[in-house]
Design a protein around this ligand. Structure first.
Ligand code: PBG
Length: 325
């Protein structure tokens, strides 16, 4: 056959494939999410997330040291708060002596170069399980901002490098930027959960923190999975309001949104490969239904190909170990 174009020529050997490869996953791209709870010497497995634990502060520090030694640039930390410390106004979230700020200080003291990204949202501390203040079944936007502001400030004082609001209230990036700046924290960055969808893939995370909403769902603040254009509005707003980095969440079912952001965002784009995505692949691998390592690496590559600069993933430690091999 007289074929001028034979694309297979560029796939013929591994070394040619290396030359023409368009995307790579690097340890530099990875952010490891971690869960912390009160106590000592605890590594509590999370049944719906095999291989992921709730760590007591001492164990979390050990884990952070390993992560840092693997070359992973950043961690994002989520607290599991006992039910008796939750209330409708999430007061524990801005207690300067609470578990979370204490743990941030400890990690900063011991591993100052490890970038700490903190979560700003009410749900781990809210007896209603929502990301905002609830009144008569409604989530009240502007009152929530005041609580998020106090929370962010406590985190910045404790040593957060980057704060990451995951609440999806309107106007929160501008509100938080203003509070941080007025208190002298001009160097603390904001990674906004810009396009966070009302997804069913957060189930295992809510098991980990026992943070599922006590009534209803999060559809009045998290985005409708059907919408693309709306994500671009959120992107415009977050850029205007001063976000340093933007995020799409979940990852795999929203690669089209990652692509949109990578084309339209003037700031770096993160993607969150969420708990349900992790659980799916772990479960299939445990059943012997797919090759865990190869599938995870293919998924990581899909995020890079879609245009993500950074990947929050529960696979981060394993991926770093494989890349170091
Ligand atoms: C809540 C928050 C959630 C996740 C990160 N921050 C869950 C939710 O919105 O209910 C989910 C992360 C994951 O599933 O891995 N502020």
């Amino acid at each position: 056959m007289n074929l001028i174009r034979r694309p297979r020529r560029n796939r013929r050997t591994e070394n040619i494939r290396r030359l023409v490869r368009e995307n790579q996953i690097r340890i530099d791209d990875l952010i490891m999410p971690l869960f912390v709870k009160e106590g000592n010497a605890i590594r509590e497995p999370i049944p719906s997330m095999p291989g992921i634990f709730r760590f007591s502060p001492d164990e979390l520090l050990k884990e952070c040291k390993e992560i840092y030694q693997l070359g992973i640039p950043a961690v994002v930390i989520f607290p599991a708060i006992p039910e008796e410390k939750k209330d409708p106004l999430a007061k524990e979230s801005y207690n300067p002596d609470g578990l979370y700020p204490t743990v941030l200080k400890m990690i900063k003291d011991h591993i100052p170069e490890l970038t700490i990204i903190t979560d700003v949202a009410m749900d781990p501390y809210n007896s209603d399980g929502h990301d905002g203040v609830v009144r008569n079944g409604e989530i009240i936007n502007d009152e929530t901002l005041e609580i998020l502001g106090k929370m962010a400030l406590v985190q910045a004082k404790a040593g957060a490098d980057i704060i990451a609001p995951s609440d999806m209230m309107d106007g929160r990036v501008a509100y938080l930027r203003n509070i941080l700046d007025s208190e002298g924290f001009t160097n603390v960055g904001i990674l906004s959960y810009t396009a966070k969808y009302a997804s069913s893939f957060y189930g295992p995370f809510r098991d980990a923190l026992d943070s599922a909403p006590k009534f209803g769902d999060k559809k009045t603040y998290q985005m409708d999975p059907a919408n693309r254009r709306e994500a671009l509005l959120e992107l415009d707003l977050d850029i205007e309001e001063g976000a340093d980095m933007v995020m799409v969440k979940p990852g795999l079912p929203y690669l089209d949104i990652v692509r949109e952001f990578s084309e339209h965002s003037p700031v770096p784009v993160a993607v969150y490969n969420v708990s349900g995505e992790y659980a799916m692949i772990k479960a299939a691998a445990q059943n012997g239904w797919l090759d865990y390592k190869k599938c995870v690496m293919e998924i990581m590559l899909s995020f890079k190909r879609a245009g993500a600069d950074m990947i929050l993933t529960y696979h981060a430690k394993e991926v770093a170990q494989w890349l170091n091999e």
